[in-house]
Design a binder for this molecule. Sequence first.
Ligand SMILES: [Mg+2]
Length: 236
Amino acid sequence: MKQKKILYIDMDGVLCDFDGAADKHALRNKYKNRRDCIPGIFKDLEPLPGAIEAFEYLWEVFDVYILSTPPWRNPDGWIHKKDWVEKHIPKAKRRLILSHHKNLNKGDYLIDDSHYRGQAEFEGRWIHFNTPDFPNWDSVLTYLKDVVKKDYEDMEPYKESAIQDLGVHIKNITEASDDDSFKIDEKALQKSISEIDQEQAEMYNAEVDKMNIMMEELNNELKGLKNISQKLNKKK
Ligand SMILES: [Mg+2]
């Protein structure tokens, strides 16, 4: 079974507007050289434009985690990062990973604006946010949508064989059922479907719904024919 690809998303400068908050903070001059030590700075960061919407899309097609480096000398920031995720992206509950060594996480894509924490050594593709190639969320989404499209195309042969397998399965169930009942064994069918990924399963479910409707119509016709036959027999 094909698994979703793993995608990591950084927080500061990618999901949250750290610079925007630090630039206008009352203590910005005092903490000029250690902006990440400004007390409470991580608590009320605004999401960057398009970040939450992009996350919603990516959540559907990737196995998404948030991968952020917490401020070592500002321990409240560790908790505030968790609070930020809970407030702005509650569905990402327990998907927050705090690390100073981002290269150690297994995965396919990392969206990150900095290069200080192992990003360049990450085993997958590092999407360097806020650079000419990826200046904003729109450009990242354009790139990742292409990735998804290509993956989908690569799955075509797999889909064909899955559809054939499903067809054989439906035929077996239908043949095994009573003559009078063309009802498909939903339980057995769902077991087959669960082995296919969700997107395809939805497509197959729609097909199965159509088939069930057809089967019901056939059953009704069959009943009608039986009624006519009984009436004819009585008349004889
Ligand atoms: Mg960052």
